[in-house]
Design a protein around this ligand. Sequence first.
Ligand code: APR
Length: 381
Amino acid sequence: MPFRIVSGDITKLHVDAIVNAANTSLLGGGGVDGAIHRAAGPRLLEECRTLHGCRTGEAKMTLGYDLPAKYVIHTVGPIWQGGRCGEEELLRSAYRNSLLLALEKNCESVAFPMISAGVYGYPKEQALEVAVSTIRAFLEENEMDVILVIFDRDSFRFDVRLYSEISGYLRNTYDDGKGPGIILGDVVGSAAVGGGSRPRRSLFSRTKKARVEECARALPEEPVEDEEAADAITPDAAPPVMRMQAEAMYCASAMGAAPNGLAEALSNLDESFSQALLRMIDSRGMKDSECYKKANIDRKLFSKIRSDVNYRPSKQTVLAFAVALELDLNETEAFLKKAGFALSHSNKADVIVEYFIANKNYDMYSINEALFAFDQNLLGA
Ligand code: APR
């Protein structure tokens, strides 16, 4: 998986290179610097002495010695001084120069701590944004497995607004198994989308049904022509989460009542997952590399999928491509079904991905930050 966020201790990772958030002397310190020197042993310090320091934003490389990692890339992040002393650009350079050095040494995998987010006081949410956006820009042009290591959960400051929106969506949608079962075929409203006569289906747990029905009741009784028209009629008064649920209902009912063109094509069972994927990449005029990079899938895996018409993907892989292809919920369900899977409201990760798709937010990095924030497996492979 080209980009991954993990919790843990960077000194334990079996990767080609780990990055050290050092200081300009390169002679060790506290935090991750201290941990890396302790784990690598005294030979690391001996080699660092030969480097004669390192400027902020630059990077230098040594062997890993007693570490499981082959190399250590020492970089120096900026000390936070309020944000008006070029800290952001210096932090970006620290990530970028470390990645370029790893590339130069043909590293296939590199792990970063959250540079400057500790002793150097960089605000954690901004530090995360700089780290992810710089890594993302590098991965758009290069092939490498890059891991961002979160040592303590407090260092991972996910977008607060997005976090509360997703929490609200989970509260209304996720079935943790304690409430009554999910209704997958239950009638909520009589209106149908897409001209079909089949009743609207609820994907939501019975306990929340009344609140979602309120929203659904605002829908017209007569069938509407298409999902766009349906999406346009969710009651403005409804809180965003309920509106989203109503939109998700339209997608669900459209899935039941009258799949749209792409979903209908996807329901052609003669076509394998791999064939459907390649067809959709072509129909969207995407390059293969553009699609698998957007899906956070590595090139080798994509080549396997391309060359094996009967390739059996994992659910994460199917969902990753559904996001990359910007499928709506209805199309995503049909695509999953082709590989033998379905979205489930008793799976928290599925509900989070559904939130993003229902919101037409196909930013894989945001989705994976959200999945990490809620302790779920990331999308990609
Ligand atoms: N594995 C992964 N991450 C770690 C580990 C570890 N073993 N230990 C600490 N971290 C995380 C911290 O939680 C923080 O999010 O590394 C991030 C960077 O924190 P610091 O190590 O304090 O580094 P930084 O903020 O860049 O300050 C650098 O601190 O240790 C000294 O010598 C270092 O002077 C330099 C300064």
